[in-house]
Design a protein around this ligand. Structure first.
Ligand SMILES: *Cc1c(COP(=O)(O)O)cnc(C)c1O
Length: 373
């Protein structure tokens, strides 16, 4: 196969006004962090989430950091997070000096096991970050109950689940703030970028303040504390806004991709799909599944086999407690299990049915060397 036939895991696709809005930025000179697209993007994205306010920032990691700082999370505090997540969740907590406390996964949702959370709450615990991993919403009913019972702040990491819902309510709207990422491989992208959505006016104002070096709104160059430059540029917001205008279409296309994978892989039994819960609406970010092992076949073998056939894929994240900065002797067995078996398959919205069929055929080839397919 030629290199041009390589099927990437994810590729940003521009369906709408991206170019038009970008050219407008250049023509008008508004390329930095002032300009109309930023506030329009903030308004429309928070609206999409059913939340009052949006604060656009440079990326998803600093969205989490800025929110934690705004909530006054500091050293000596503890923040509960899932062990299985992208490292940005844990790092954002570490930047504040607080300690991330890593909790094992639930085998059905692949998210934080809500039945374990209470065991890890101490007098130092200040917040819980619910991460909606691989497009699947957490059990927000149970997490909200725990947060209220122990008076903890609830933060949502929505970087992989734009548009997902729990109890018919969009994720990002459950806690004090929801953090999103618009990195190149996320559901919608602004190149690099992120946003915090919140219903709380005080938090909204503090986020704006800290995002801009904690500068007084009354007295120019007066800074009452150490803030940050975490601003998003108008160029990024231009792309983000154009992507947001197509988010329903993008999510529908990704749904179709997921359906086709499931149809084509349902009969082989070696692949386990994400669970559908009656109380939540998952979205498809990157098609995600678990690979059953046997004596000779496993997830890493499948990744190599696909790569030989010009098909890109990704293993699941490594649990935080298995990484040097957060290494812990006590192991979270479910997180490790999922990390070892999970795979993301190509899910760009421009992938065609014949490519998905080809990928699934190669997966079957891997498990059944003499294939009928
Ligand atoms: C991508 C991601 C982030 C961070 O977003 P960036 O924009 O890359 O900084 C945070 N949390 C999770 C779960 C992510 O997948």
């Amino acid at each position: 196969m030629k290199k041009s036939n390589f099927i990437p895991v994810s590729q940003p696709i521009f369906l709408g006004n991206e170019k038009k809005y970008l050219i407008n930025c250049i023509d008008t000179g508004w390329i930095s962090s002032l300009g109309k697209y930023i506030s329009v993007f903030e308004k429309k994205f928070s609206n999409y989430c059913g939340v009052k306010y949006g604060v656009a920032v440079a990326n998803g990691t600093v969205a989490l950091h800025l929110l934690l700082k705004t909530l006054d999370i500091n050293k000596n505090d503890e923040v509960i997070i899932p062990d299985l997540t992208f490292i940005a969740t844990a790092n954002a907590v570490s930047y504040t000096g607080a300690k991330p406390v890593m909790i094992d996964s639930d085998m059905d949702s692949w998210n934080i096991n809500v039945d374990l959370i209470e065991r890890y709450i101490t007098p130092k615990t200040k917040a819980i970050i619910a991460v909606h991993l691989y497009g699947q919403p957490c059990n927000m009913k149970k997490i909200l109950y725990i947060a209220r019972k122990y008076n903890l702040l609830l933060i949502e990491d929505c970087a992989e689940a734009h548009g997902a819902e729990f109890d018919n309510k969009k994720i990002g709207s459950f806690g004090v703030g929801g953090c999103f990422s618009f990195y190149g491989n996320k559901v919608i992208t602004s190149g690099e970028g992120g946003m915090i959505v919140t219903n709380n006016k005080k938090i909204f104002e503090k986020l704006l303040f800290l995002r801009d070096h904690a500068m007084s709104t009354k007295k120019r160059y007066y800074h009452s504390e150490i803030g940050f430059n975490y601003r998003m540029t108008n160029l990024q917001a231009a792309v983000g806004l154009a992507q947001l205008e197509k988010i329903d279409k993008i999510l529908n296309l990704k749904n179709e991709i997921e359906k086709e994978y499931i149809e084509n892989l349902a009969d082989i039994g070696n692949i386990k799909f994400q669970k559908i819960f009656y109380d939540r609406k998952k979205i498809c970010w990157l098609f995600s599944a678990l690979v059953n092992e046997n004596k000779t076949k496993n997830r890493n073998g499948l990744i190599n086999h696909l790569l030989k056939n010009n098909i890109d894929s990704r293993p699941f994240f490594i649990p935080m407690t298995n990484l040097p900065p957060y290494y812990c002797k006590r192991k979270n067995s479910n997180a490790l299990f999922l990390s070892k078996k999970g795979i993301n398959l190509p899910s760009s919205i421009n992938i065609c049915e014949s490519q998905i069929k080809y990928i699934c055929k190669k997966i079957k080839n891997y498990f059944f060397v003499k294939s009928f397919y």
